[in-house]
Structures are given as C-alpha cells and as structure tokens.
Design a protein around this ligand. Structure first.
Ligand code: AHR
Length: 632
C-alpha cells in the first residue's frame, strides 16, 4: 500500500471531536460519584419491606427497619432507618453498610462521615454513637465518637472524620454505627447517611479521585482525564428518558441540598441517588475542561409512550428552565437565580443541547416533539446548537436540524467495513455527532445477546481495531462530524453491579482497568491534530485504513490494520520531516481483552523510528499505529 499525503489541509479538526458519553449505567452511583454508602437515604424503597434495607445489616442484635417517618428529614426523603437497641443488649449494637460492592479503606485518606438522627420519643440517653470502618469480621480500621442526645427529637445532622490506621487489601469492609449498653432500650431514627473519601479537586459531593498510591488506585477520574475528552454528554442515554414520563430524569430534582433530592428509579434497574446531579456534572465538566453536551427530556419515555402535542408545554418550560439553570441570568430567570443561590452566580459554558435520546424509536411523534421543543428552545436560546436524535432526514423535521446524534452498536467487521460511513453524506450544512458507538458482539444477528452468543464482556483487540478503522472516517469527515464518543464509559465489574457490556473503563471498589478500546480512544484523542491532510484514499472494502492530521509543527499518522497479517505501507509526505519519529502501537491477539484479572494484557508500546519524507512502515496484524512526526 502506498499513501501519498497532500500538504494542503482540506478541513480543520473540530476541537470537540473526541469526548465521552456518560449516563448512570454500570457506574455513576458507586462509581464516578464518590459517595461510598449504598442506599444512603432509603430513596424510592418501600418502607417495612426487607429489600428496603439493601446494603444495610444489623450489628450484634440491633433491630433495624426502614420506616415511613411521621416527621421525615425532608419531604424528598420520607423514609428513615429506625434502630431499636434491645433492653439488656450488651456490646456494640447497631448497623452497618457494605458500600457499593465493598468499601476501599485507605490509610492515606480522611473520610467524611455524616448522618441525621432524631429520637421519635424523648429519652434520657446521653452517650456516643461509634462510627467506624471495619472488616467483615469486625477488625476496626478507623473509628470516631459522635455525641448523641436522647432529648433530640427533631432532626440534626452530625459529622465525624475517619482516618484508617491501615490499608487492608480487601474491600469487603463495612461502615458501622454502633452504641454501647448504655443505649439499651432506646429507639433512634436515622436519615441521609454519607461517607466520602477525598474527591477530585476536593469538591464537596464530588467525584472519585485519581490518587495513585500503591495498589489503592481509585483511578476513575484519571482514566477519563487520560483520554483528554473535549466534551461530556450527560445525563443519558436511556437514563434521561424514564421507563415512564413520571420517572424521567428531572433536572430540578437533582440540584440543591442532598436531603431535597428524592432520587429516582433509573432506567437501568437500580435507584439513582441523584447525588450526581446537574450542578455536580457542570462543575465536573469545568474541572475536567470538558464542554457539557446536555440533553433535555423531549416527551418520549422508554415504555414507548410519546406525550401528545397538547401536553408538551410544561416539559418545554422545564427544558427552558434547565438551560437557564446552566446559562441564564439570575436577574431574569428563577432557574438561574436558583443556581446563584447554590453558590454559582456566573453562567456555565454551554453550546450543544440534545433534544431527547434515540428518538428514532418514536420518529413519528418526534416530528411534532422536535418542532415544539427545538422550535421554542431555538427561539429562547438562539445562541445554542440543538442536536436531533432521529435518523438523519428520516423523517423530515422542521426546523431543519443542524446537528444529528447518530448511534451504532455493531460487530468488529461492521466497523471495519464502514469506515467510509460518513464519506457519502451530503455537505448541506448539517453536522453529525457520533454520540454512541462500540463493538458489542461478534454476532451480527445477536448484537445485544449473551456472551455465549458472541456478546463481548470486555472490548477485544479485534473490536477495538475495528472501532479504530471506523474512527479514521471521523477524521476524514471532520468537516461534518463534529464530535464522537464511545459508549458506555464505565463498568463496575462486581457481580450484579453492571447492566451492559462491554465498556471503556472497568473498575471495582479499589481499582480501575483500561480496556483495549480505552487505548484506541486515548490514542485518537491525544493525537487528533488541528487540521486534516488529505491522502490517498484507503480501499473502503479493504483492511487497512489511515488518517493524517497536523498541527503547527507535527504530523500524526493513524494507521489501522484490520487483518491477521502484517501490512507494508509506504508513506510519501508533503514536507521535509525530522528523521526521528515515534510510533505507538496497540496490537495483540484478536480475541485478547484487558480484564480485571489480567488488566495489562495489551498496552500500547512507543518506540523511536527513523523516517524520511518517504518511508516504509510495517503495520502488525490487528493493530493501530500512531506515528508522531516532527516537521523539520
Ligand atoms: O449506551 C447504552 C445505551 O445504548 C444508551 O443508554 C442508549 O442511548 C443506547 O441505546
């Protein structure tokens, strides 16, 4: 293969080209959001039901139940945990929480613990609650005393800091609250527990950090940073939509004090705390230097119901309010004033707003839903760009969308065979966001089936190289493809903790693992360049694909070989170049995956190579090679 590169750029690479799609699936609560206690506020559970106690257990004979409190801590949190310490109890009696599939106890961290309590009946008890981090067998790693008064019949919030004396290798640990025998016979109600490790940029109620110490690598933030995403799509995905309109993601239920957030039954089979709410997302985007791509609910829910047109008005107003919460002026919008009252006067930066998610599932009703949502939102916010989620130009929408979000989950072969997907799209002023894509299966007839039927548990080299082939098409077509994000992003690998496979980054209570697709995303993102240099076109039905981009002083060549044999490629460059270049190569057995038990099976290697203006390079089988070349 010979690739002749043209020295005149055909188009710019948009600064938004590579980013991340995020929703609460497989790892928002218990993952990115740093709260360590699961079911911390008994949100959305049925009082009295044993399942209402999920993640909680009694310690040493404490009687616990979730009650509908006659005087709840807030109207958003009607349920409390009621503890009765039996008369005659001895030893430490109370309850514990097992966290989200474990709790990472790290002696270099200070944990902030808190809860609310009240006595339903005044008592003369005066003593301490002991809060602790301990192993499943009761070895105490950290503890603190919190004074508790039986005269406290109204809710009060109490705090403690926990600094473990050691860092156990196991994450099978509990957070416990116990009382000694002086409390025997008392009944105490508790609400809204919290246990936070240090967070990224020390944000209160923030994200899991990137401290890389010994084996305690809570790397989620770092993994995402390492890919240097330009944007963050939020809050879904399906998780925006609700299984019904009533259970949709409602922006104003996700802001303000944590006790004022009711949580919701999310779309992925578990309860969302909504602790990771709109304001947290926005701060996170700023902290990570990512642009938010924010979705608004658009009248369609996953039960297949589209609201009739004459019922849309309050939801359009809710979307206007949501946008005003982000960018509005506090002096003329109550939503913006709410933002200011929460400590953020200045608007956030926002350009792209997505209207719904995957509305190709209800494209008939999207005709009026898009008209009413996009029409009114464009009138209210002419400076913003609205993204449609139906199939491009099918149906015809009015106002004509300037942006479409396109999703594809497919096989490795499909991705390799479709690297020219965008080449034939008309250049008519419409821009495309590949808002979700991933190889999900090797079985084209069962893309969302079981692993026994070809579904991938983790990305594989064959799949990741297929994705890389497809991504070369984003760059060649970056005059119309303005953004792209793999999906989903995160996966808690504990049994029962994930809803979808494969994902970009896997994690457990203590560690994070980079998949082969992570490396593909990282290599494309870090080497995206600012301009696209046209070159000899690859054979669309072949197995070798490339993209050449430049910035002021360097060329980046991404070369993808989706064949099980090596490929010799001759490059003819348009400029004199430095003879010393580097090549970073990701390659491996096509079925190879990085897994929690073998997380570094396949990692990219970077070596120095000597090149000239014309040079030969041999691409390994199933590989992505990124050549970084300096202009001389
Ligand atoms: O990424 C997983 C899901 O795939 C998203 O929630 C949805 O938009 C798509 O169907």
């Amino acid at each position: 293969t010979t690739v002749v590169v043209n020295g005149t750029a055909s188009h710019a690479i948009p600064s938004t080209l590579y980013g991340q799609m995020f929703e609460d699936i497989n790892g928002g609560d218990g993952g990115l959001y740093a709260e360590l206690l699961q079911n911390r506020a008994f949100q959305q559970v049925t009082p009295g039901d044993a399942t209402a106690l999920y993640a909680w257990a009694a310690v040493n004979g404490g009687n616990i139940t979730v009650i509908a409190d006659s005087d709840p801590v807030s109207s958003a949190l009607p349920n409390s945990l009621q503890l009765t310490i039996p008369s005659g109890a001895s030893g430490s009696v109370g309850f514990g929480n097992e966290g989200y599939y474990g709790i990472n106890v790290n002696s270099s961290w200070t944990y902030n613990a808190s809860f609310y309590y009240r006595f339903p009946e005044a008592s003369d008890f005066s003593g301490d609650a002991t809060v602790a981090l301990q192993s499943a067998s009761g070895e105490v790693y950290a503890s603190a005393q919190i004074p508790i008064s039986g005269s406290q019949t109204t809710w009060t919030q109490v705090y403690a800091q926990l600094t473990p004396s050691t860092s156990p290798s196991s994450t099978a640990n509990n957070f416990t609250v116990t009382f000694n025998s002086s409390a025997a016979g008392n009944t105490i109600n508790f609400a809204m527990f919290s246990l936070f490790p240090p967070t990224f940029k020390n944000r209160a109620n923030g994200m899991r950090i990137d401290v890389a110490e010994a084996r305690y690598i809570a790397l989620l933030t770092l993994q995402i940073l390492l890919m240097r995403p330009s944007f963050f799509r939020l809050p879904g995905g399906n998780n925006l939509e609700g299984q019904s309109a009533a259970t949709r993601w409602i922006w104003n239920n996700t802001v303000g004090a944590l006790v004022d957030r009711p949580g919701r039954v999310g779309d992925w089979g578990y309860i969302n705390t909504d602790g990771l709410g709109l304001l947290e997302y926005l701060y996170w985007c700023e902290d990570m230097e990512m642009e938010p791509f924010m979705a608004v609910w658009a009248g369609y829910s996953l039960d297949g119901t589209s609201l009739p047109e004459d019922e849309l008005a309050p939801y359009i107003q809710a979307a206007i309010d949501q946008i005003n919460f982000v960018i509005g002026d506090p002096s003329d919008s109550s939503a913006a004033a709410l933002r200011a009252s929460l400590g953020r006067e200045e608007p956030f930066s926002l350009t792209y707003v997505e209207v719904g998610n995957e509305d190709f599932f209800a494209s008939e009703s999207y005709i009026y839903r898009w008209r009413d949502f996009a029409g009114n939102l464009t009138a209210a916010f002419p400076q913003l760009k609205f993204i449609a989620t139906a199939y491009p130009f099918n149906p015809i929408l009015d106002p004509t969308p300037q942006q479409y979000d396109n999703h594809v989950y497919q096989t490795p072969d499909w991705f390799a065979e479709n690297s020219f997907y965008y080449d034939d799209f008309e250049r008519n002023g419409t821009y495309y966001f590949q808002g979700e894509y991933a190889v999900t299966s090797t079985n084209a007839s069962d893309l969302y089936g079981t692993t026994a039927d070809g579904r991938l548990m983790y990305p594989t080299i064959q799949g990741s190289i297929g994705e890389a082939a497809y991504m070369t098409g984003f760059e060649r077509n970056a005059d119309i493809v303005f953004a792209a994000s793999y999906a989903p992003l995160l996966m808690n690998v504990a049994d029962g903790a994930y809803q979808w496979t494969p994902n970009l980054v896997e994690f457990d209570a203590a560690n994070a693992y980079k998949s082969t697709s992570f490396y593909v995303q990282q290599l494309f993102s870090l080497n995206r360049g600012t301009e696209y240099l046209p070159s000899t076109l690859p054979d669309p039905s072949g197995t070798v694909f490339w993209s050449v981009t430049s910035d002021s002083s360097t060329l980046a060549i991404k070369l993808v070989n989706y064949a099980n044999t090596t490929e010799d490629v001759t490059f003819q460059l348009p400029f004199a170049v430095s003879s010393s270049a580097t090549v970073t190569v990701l390659t491996g057995d096509p079925t190879a995956s990085n897994t929690p038990t073998n997380p570094n099976l396949v990692t990219p290697t970077t070596t120095a190579v000597t090149i000239a203006q014309a040079f030969n390079y041999t691409a390994p089988a199933y590989s992505l090679s990124v050549l970084n070349i300096e202009l001389s």
